[in-house]
Ligand binder design. Structure first.
Ligand code: C5P
Length: 231
């Protein structure tokens, strides 16, 4: 499989409770070597100012708010998000094609150079969850949700590395952003985990890594280790 060449494949999930921890990690890292992800916790606590704080340190921001609502509401929320000059935003593909198109319209009008990606199924979902929804197989659901992303012509998806080989995606530019990355065998709450190099081998174009970096005593060294393993 041909890989999209983006020298910054690594996205660090800034899942901290306090802004001081965010700033101290960002101050230690080089924005040329990674991007950062701001999620629901930090955004809910600090609002858009937390984005400004990391922008001021030259990091590009993936705003991970996973919008999922009626199309009009999602469009309006996306407009506000894109006004923050973020690198990338995500939505849930389970919101359906109209919702995804509404998000794309917001992006196209307000920040055409920013990315928009769709979450397929969370990496924390286990087989019992699907059975509860009356669904049996992860692969089929992820494929169908990926088709929504392709049909709406957004930039890519969030999925597990294990999903990618079954998706048959022709467009080399299509982003496959994958969480559930571990350097060693601690899964935390992901149903399955992959090393950075295995994830890239399976087709990941970007890796979301949180705790292996944020809980490390030497985050910079882990960033270097990951980057050198996925060149
Ligand atoms: O600490 P860890 O590396 O497990 O962090 C995973 C990150 O990926 C979390 O911030 C989580 O919100 C995010 N995630 C995601 N999309 C998924 C699953 C996890 O953005 N489908």
């Amino acid at each position: 499989m041909t890989k999209v060449v983006d020298e910054k494949k690594l996205i660090i999930a800034l899942d901290f409770d306090e802004k001081s921890d965010v700033l101290s990690l960002c101050n230690e890292l080089d924005p040329k070597t990674c991007r950062v992800k701001i999620g629901k916790q930090l955004f809910t606590k600090y609002g858009p100012s937390i984005i400004d704080d990391v922008h001021n340190l030259d990091f590009e921001v993936f705003l991970d708010l996973k919008f999922h609502d009626i199309p009009t509401t999602v469009k309006k929320a996306c407009i506000e998000a894109y006004k923050q000059k973020i690198w990338m935003l995500n939505i849930h593909l389970l919101g359906g094609i109209e919702m995804v198109q509404a998000a794309k319209e917001a992006r196209d009008i307000h920040s055409p150079n920013s990315k928009l990606i769709g979450v397929t199924l969370l990496t924390s979902h286990k087989i019992n969850d699907f059975q509860t929804f009356g669904l049996s197989e992860r692969t089929n659901i992820v494929s169908q949700l990926t088709q929504i992303a392709i049909e709406a012509n957004i930039d890519g998806i969030v999925c597990s590395p294990s999903d990618i080989p079954n998706l048959n995606i022709k467009n080399e530019e299509f982003m496959k952003v994958t969480p559930g990355i571990r350097l060693e065998n601690t899964s935390h709450d992901h149903a399955s985990i992959f090393t950075p190099s295995k994830a890239v081998e399976l087709g990941s174009t970007h890796l979301v890594v949180g705790r292996p970096i944020t809980e490390s005593e030497s985050p910079k060294a882990i960033v270097e280790e990951i980057n050198s393993s996925i060149i």
